[in-house]
Design a protein around this ligand. Structure first.
Ligand code: SAH
Length: 461
């Protein structure tokens, strides 16, 4: 270890920044965030300083650096492009045992500044010890994605209850209590911005710790259309701490591969007319698992609230008092449209977009055809493959031109994605002759024509 990592308390301490450029402004902003009293020494100041200057958060002195400027200073930073000045600051500070940093010159520094991930009061600092600041920044970016934005608020909540919890539990129990709280439904409430409820729940668990020690939960998580890159941070986090994952047929293998290795996986997939588990059984399964104290992730293709029967599953969970949350996912329409280069709305040709199910009931499709067959509207059919003949025929019968552009997107966002384009007249034949298979989305409307210009990237078939 070439450096000792420490966190310095500089609140209300006088700090000196020498230099008035953009880099100096960034360092100055950092010192201000930590509550320092900052004096900036520079002939003139970059515009980046102006807000702090106007608000009198900093003192500006337009003088040359002299050694006396260091008197009484708790910490100094030199960020000028004049090597002699930088050296003078470094030498003067060292002689007075003042911690000093010279930007981009590790040899002149007595301390270096790490890349930070801030979730105040929580701070993660990353440093390559000066070897590769870029690498440290890349690592920082990766950590940013792993640490929920609400972690700071969670830390603050834990801080507020620290003394009470300490008084209530023995050390071993206390650790277990915090581990469960900080990884359980209470933490999820905080991440979801529901701190008031989290506070109340925490208060209740103090009276009855069994609530948190044994409580399970269900997260209804949207897994997106297939490409694992389209998962949300929250989805990934929940998948990686799940005890059990109940998933649908639409959830892609690359997404499933991101589930915690030790988690139990239960397939509850649905295929047309061949349900692996009836809906009622899925509802009861979720309740049973949660009541066993498990952290259950109910993983659904796309978004759980779009043709996902998410509402029904939640109904039973709510009735049974099982804590739950819903994590939105990218729905097939958004994913397929983006990956196929078809904007769903466009100023020139579509002011509205309708997501509709083309699922057949008793061999027919009972839809509001006049409302669908409107000009300047994009129609996205989910589950429309089997009924493609009917839907094309009805749309034409209700006034859409037979030449209205239409596209089929099979396995959208996956490496196997196929896009077949035609119009209302030709689409049924394209399905028959193209050997199109589920899952396939159908997009109908003038926007489909834009694809010729906008398909900048399409995974090879
Ligand atoms: N909740 C899901 C939709 C479930 S309904 C969502 O929000 O996306 C199932 C239908 O979604 C399929 O019949 C198909 O029309 C569509 N679909 C889902 N994933 C798809 C994909 N990767 N490519 C094409 N269509 C898809």
């Amino acid at each position: 270890m070439n450096y000792l990592p420490i966190f310095l308390d500089i609140r209300d301490q006088p700090c000196l920044v020498v230099g008035g450029g953009e880099v100096a402004a960034r360092k100055c902003a950092m010192l201000l965030r930590a509550g320092a009293r900052v004096t900036v020494l520079a002939p003139s100041l970059n515009a980046a300083f102006s807000a702090d200057l106007a608000a009198a958060r900093i003192v500006h002195r337009a003088t040359e650096f002299r050694d006396e400027d260091l008197a009484g200073v708790a910490l100094a930073i030199a960020a000028t492009d004049d090597d002699a000045v930088n050296r003078a600051v470094a030498a003067g500070a060292r002689a007075r045992h003042i911690p000093v940093n010279v930007v981009d010159q590790p040899a002149l520094c007595s301390f270096i500044l790490p890349s930070i991930i801030e979730r105040a009061p929580l701070i993660v600092a990353v440093s390559s010890g000066g070897a590769s600041p870029v690498l440290a920044r890349l690592l920082r970016a990766r950590l940013e994605t792993l640490i929920p934005a609400g972690y700071g608020r969670l830390a603050a909540l834990a801080g507020a209850f620290r003394d009470q919890v300490k008084a209530r539990f023995e050390p071993a129990q206390r650790r277990r209590f915090w581990e469960r709280v900080l990884q359980g439904p209470i933490a999820e409430l905080v991440y979801g911005g529901r701190e008031g409820e989290a506070r109340k729940a925490l208060q209740e668990t103090l009276h009855d710790p069994r609530l948190v020690i044994s409580g399970g939960e269900v997260s209804l998580v949207g897994a997106g259309p297939g490409d694992p890159d389209l998962l949300t941070f929250r989805a990934l986090r929940l998948m990686q701490r799940a005890d059990v994952v109940v998933y649908d047929r639409l959830v892609s293998q690359p997404v499933l591969d991101l589930v915690r290795r030790d988690a139990e996986r239960i397939y509850a997939g649905k295929e047309r007319a061949k349900h692996a588990l009836p809906q009622e059984d899925i509802n009861h399964l979720l309740i049973r698992l949660a009541k066993e104290g498990k952290r259950v992730v109910r993983l659904k293709g796309g978004d759980p609230f779009i043709f996902g029967r998410g509402g029904e599953e939640l109904d039973t969970l709510a009735a049974e008092g099982v804590p739950f949350q819903v994590v939105p996912g990218i729905t097939a329409a958004s994913g397929c449209a983006a990956y196929a280069g078809i904007p769903l709305t466009h100023r020139d040709c579509a002011q509205s977009v309708v997501f509709i199910t083309g699922h057949l009931q008793d061999g027919s499709m009972n839809l509001n055809w006049p409302a669908l067959a409107q000009p300047r509207q994009t129609i996205v059919f989910y589950m429309g493959l089997i009924g493609v003949d009917i839907l094309c025929r009805e749309l034409i019968a209700h006034g859409l031109p037979a030449a209205t552009p239409a596209a089929l997107i099979q396995q959208g966002t996956m490496p196997e994605q196929r896009v077949l384009a035609g119009d209302l007249e030709t689409l049924p034949r394209i399905v028959r002759e193209g050997g199109v298979k589920a899952p396939t989305l159908i997009i109908i409307g003038e926007v489909v024509k834009l694809r010729d210009r906008l398909k900048w990237f399409e995974p090879a078939a």
